[in-house]
Design a protein around this ligand. Sequence first.
Ligand SMILES: O=P(O)(O)OC[C@H](O)CO
Length: 415
Amino acid sequence: KTEIQWWHAMGGALGEKVNKIAADFNAAQDEYEIKAVYKGTYPETMTAAIAAFRARQQPHIVQVFEVGTATMMAAKGAIYPVQQLMEEAGEPFDPDAYLAAVTGYYSTTDGRLLSMPFNSSTPVLYYNKTAFEKAGLDPEKAPETWPEMEAAAKKLQAAGYPCGFGTEWPSWIQIENFSAWHNEPLGTLENGFGGLGTELVFNKTAAVDHIAKLGEWQQSKIFDYGGRRNDGNPKFYNQQCAMQFASSGAYASMTANSKDFDFGIGRLPYWPDVEGAPQNSIIGGATLWVLQGHESEEYKGVAKFFTYLSSADVQAWWHQNTGYLPITKAAYEKTKADGFYEQNPGMDTAVLQITNKEPTANSKGLRFGSFVQIRDIIEEELEAVFAGKKGAQEALDAAVARGNELIRQFEKANS
Ligand SMILES: O=P(O)(O)OC[C@H](O)CO
C-alpha cells in the first residue's frame, strides 16, 4: 500500500474522530494507507511541518489553522495548491460544492482554491442551562447583547457561580471576530485581502471600548480570563464560569466534559450602539495543505482521500459530531434533511452566524502576513489589560504598532 502522512492538531475527543476518518478511508479501499499523526497544538503542528520541510521529511498533508494562511501562501515552492493537485491527479473536483465563506478565505484573488477545506468553525457562546435556571434566567435564551451578558453574569454570580463568563482564543474571539461581527476593520485593504501593504487599525475602533469593558469586568469576575487557545475551558466544565465563548468546534469536548449540567449554544453578543452590528462572524479552524516533494502516485492517493473527506456523508458526520461547520452545501442539506437541527437546538448557530449578512470588507476574513506571531503579540497585550497593568487604548496601540512592524517585514520579504 502507498502510505500518506497526515499531520494534524486534533487532540482529545477530536483526535478520535480524525482517527476514525483515516481508518474508514483505509478500510474503504486497498491502494492507499492514511497515517494520521497528532503533532500538538495548531502553532506546534505548523512549526513542525515547516521544520520538516527544511529537513526534507515533510508529510504529504498538514493541517494549518486559518491564521497561517498568508504564511503558507507565501511559501510558494513548498505548497501544492489543492485545486491544481485535484486537476493533475485527474480527480473530479468542484470548488462550488463548498460554502462560499470557506472557499473565499482559502482561495487566490483569481478564485483558485489553495488548501482543502476541512474543519472550519466560528465562535459561539456556550452557557450552562442548569445555572441559568438556578439564577432565574431563561435557560432557552442566551444573552443577545453585551449589556444582557453583563446583567446575566451578575445574576449568575448572585446564584453562587464565581465567574460570569470566560473565553477561548482571546484574539480570535474578542478582537478578530468581535471586529467582523461589529462590521469594524481589523486592518486596511480589506483586512489584508487587498494586498501586502495592509496595516492594522483595531486601536481606532469599537474594539478599544470592548477590551476596556473586559478589563473592568475582570475586576469583579463578570469576566474571568482563563488563558490562550482553549486553556480556559476547564473553568466552564467545573462550573466556576457559567458561560464560555468557544469555537463551535469545541462542541465535542464540551459534551465530553460537561456531564453534570446541560448546556445551550447562543450567538456572539453585540454592542447595540455600534452601527451595523451584528454583521456576520468569520471562520476559524483549519484547512489541509499539501506539501511538495512527493511522488505523483502518492498525490493521487491524497486526491482520493480529499474526495472521500468531502463526501456528504463524511462531512455531515463530522459536522454533527464536532460542531465544526458543514463545509459543503450537500453536507448542510443532508443535516437539515436528517432533522438534526430540530433534535439538537443550537447546532445551527454557527452556520447562521457566518451567513447572518452578506460579508463586507470587514467581515470576509483576514489575511495578514505573520499573523501567527501577531496573534501572540495581541494576546500578550490583552493579558496586560486583564492583569490591570495597561489600559485598553495603550495595549491596543502597542499591539497595532508591534503587529504592523511584522507586517512591514513580511511585505518586504514577499514583494
Ligand atoms: O478551535 P478551532 O479549531 O475552531 O480554531 C480556533 C481558531 O480559529 C484557531 O486559529
